[in-house]
Design a binder for this molecule. Structure first.
Ligand SMILES: Nc1ncnc2c1ncn2[C@@H]1O[C@H](COP(=O)(O)OP(=O)(O)OP(=O)(O)O)[C@@H](O)[C@H]1O
Length: 327
């Protein structure tokens, strides 16, 4: 009996398809149509109803390299081959037919066979290039725990650089110059502004604070993610500079009450300073909606806040449409 070979789409391997390139020499449109009809019927009905099961019983599952699956329409219709396939230019472009090795071939043979049939070697290039370094802008009311959360995050996760801010405020007990802040005089700070060395700067509670650009460039160049710790005013300025290229995270305590207790326990502010900070915090939480994420740093739950920060970083790195910050 004359053998007819079939192609099988990877998505419809139960539906063999005839392709013009694999037709027997005796092909004519009418005989083709007849065979097509038989094939369709035999697929639609149990084999016992059909007198020609052999015609399609063992289709050779192979695909010519570079060949479109559109040689024929599906078995629901009996159309002729599409014109595009029979065009001479298209024929010339096709790679020679390479049969697949049998399914029981060893792994290496099957791999090579798939490559040969597809007509090009499998690429070892990653599907997904490495993520861009992130700029994370962390903000929130005074005393919410920005320093505490960032410090712990840096302990548990590698590849993050905390940008040390320059400030003209006096050093607090326990703070280290060059680690917590660069402590400079007001005059020194003003000359940094004049030399355009700061990405952003502001006067906060009577003291200057600003972010040195060079530090960000240097660490992003080494592939580090960058953390910027700024007050709400600073975050708003950075949003206008960086737009959607950075990730803006708003840190809150679980309640105003908890925030005040935390500030009081820190014992670093006078009563007047506390009053200003608490009143300012009331206003600041209204700006939460201008951030990308909000992280609650609840009393005694510092680690939970840090875990959430890590999840945000992971999710940002898995984004299809990536942020691309340039300083
Ligand atoms: N989850 C938490 N539970 C209990 N105490 C915390 C928590 N997070 C931070 N603290 C404490 O709260 C106080 C304020 O924290 P921190 O200094 O980190 O706040 P901040 O937001 O950086 O404040 P500021 O903006 O005024 O510098 C610190 O004494 C810190 O140890």
């Amino acid at each position: 009996m004359e053998r007819v070979r079939f192609l099988t789409s990877p998505l419809h391997h139960h539906q063999p398809r005839l392709t013009p390139a694999l037709l027997p020499a005796s092909y004519s449109p009418s005989s083709m149509l007849l065979r097509r009809l038989f094939a369709s019927l035999s697929l639609a009905q149990p084999a016992s109803y059909f007198p020609l099961p052999r015609l399609i019983s063992a289709p050779s599952i192979s695909r010519p390299a570079g060949r479109s699956w559109l040689g024929f329409a599906g078995r629901e219709s009996f159309g002729f081959p599409l014109m595009a396939l029979s065009a001479p230019a298209e024929e010339a472009r096709r790679a020679p037919f390479v049969p697949l090795p049998p399914s029981n071939a060893d792994k290496a043979e099957l791999y090579k066979g798939l490559e040969a049939t597809l007509g090009s070697p499998f690429s070892s290039n990653p599907f997904c290039p490495p993520p861009n370094p992130l700029i994370l802008v962390v903000s929130g009311p005074s005393g919410v725990g920005k320093d505490a959360v960032i410090k712990r995050l840096l302990e548990v996760r590698e590849g993050i650089h905390f940008v040390v801010t320059a400030t003209s405020r006096p050093q607090r007990p326990g703070e280290v110059d060059g680690k917590d802040y660069f402590f400079v005089t007001k005059e020194e700070f003003v000359s940094m502004i004049e030399r355009d060395e700061l990405l952003e700067h502001a006067l906060v509670y009577g003291d200057y604070k600003g972010i040195p650009k060079q530090q960000i460039r240097e660490y992003m160049g080494k592939g580090f993610d960058i953390i910027l710790r700024v007050d709400i005013q600073g975050a708003a300025t950075l949003r206008s500079i960086l737009g959607g290229s950075a990730v803006f995270i708003f840190l809150v305590a679980e309640s105003e009450e908890a925030l005040v207790k935390r500030l009081v326990s820190r014992k670093t502010e006078t009563a007047e300073m506390l009053l200003v900070r608490v009143a300012t915090a009331r206003e600041e939480v209204r700006h939460m909606k201008e951030f990308d994420y909000v992280v609650t740093n609840a009393e005694g739950k510092l680690n939970n806040a840090v875990k959430l920060m890590e999840s945000i970083i992971d999710a940002e790195k898995a984004k299809v449409h990536r942020r691309n910050a340039v300083i």
